[in-house]
Design a protein around this ligand. Sequence first.
Ligand SMILES: [Zn+2]
Length: 333
Amino acid sequence: MSQRTTTPRAELHTHLGAAVDPVIMWTIAHRQGIRLPVKDYWDFEDLITMGPGKKNRGVFEMDRDYYHLTELIQSSPEAIEEAVHSVIGGGYRKCNLVLQELRFSPMKRNRTGERDLDFIILAALWGMRRAMVEYPQVSAGLIVALDRSFSPAQNAITLEKAIRYAPDGIVGIDICGPDKKSFSMRAHAPLLLRARKAGLGITVHAGETGNLEELRYVVRTIRPERIGHGLCAAKDPKLLKEIAKQGIVLELCPTSNLLNSVVKDVRELHRVIRTFVDHGVRFTVNTDGPEMYRTSVLKEEEFLLSQGIMSEKELARCMRWAFEAAFVRPKKK
Ligand SMILES: [Zn+2]
């Protein structure tokens, strides 16, 4: 279905591991000779998407059961080029996304050191560039994800590469992955500071699950432009005020939060989002990964509207915020 008549939209929070059409993933996997755990395409689709009735007990399960396979399939220069290319074009065709920021962890796509990180990043950038030539209406940028499962030294390696390729289309840095006891946000603060000095945008996954202490640290000390999720801020009115005052933009992903049991149910989601609205916190509506969660920015908006969580006017305002908070500069007409 053509989305040409839809209002132009921007999406800021999409993980490459959750964003590629299963049909394309299936072909990429076979072309590379990856031995898949299933032999029927439909079983594969079921394996990498959250179909009806599926729900994770937490973000940890999502990472272990879904991302493990998608990241493996995307772990070569050829695979990542195709993957990135398909997401940028797909977003434009399906949702009229004229601005898209796509994030991925290069170090989770180098087959534990077997592949060269530079070539993984360059291939991702090339896939993005190709898509932007094919779809000249689209502005896109890649966010390089550091990961909670890696040490500060490992993440520093990734960061230096992100800085090196910033002129080619790396626009920001993120810290992803489920909570881990071994991870210290404090130990990563110097890396984020370095990223900022180098001109990269900063977004951090924080407050997706219940770690309010870490979220406070991120807001007060790291002071990023954007935060991935940030839901648990809703429990702390003082922190909400600080987020609003600093102009930090939260990247919300409603369906993902429901399917990963980050919020208990629609009622809780309703309460959290209304708390943000009431406190003047700016936020954007995203998918976290349209294919894995079988959603899109349009579907997310329709969902929030149909559940009476947000009005059309509020959703349009969120979309304006998305364009304003983007690290990518939209194309000049
Ligand atoms: Zn995310």
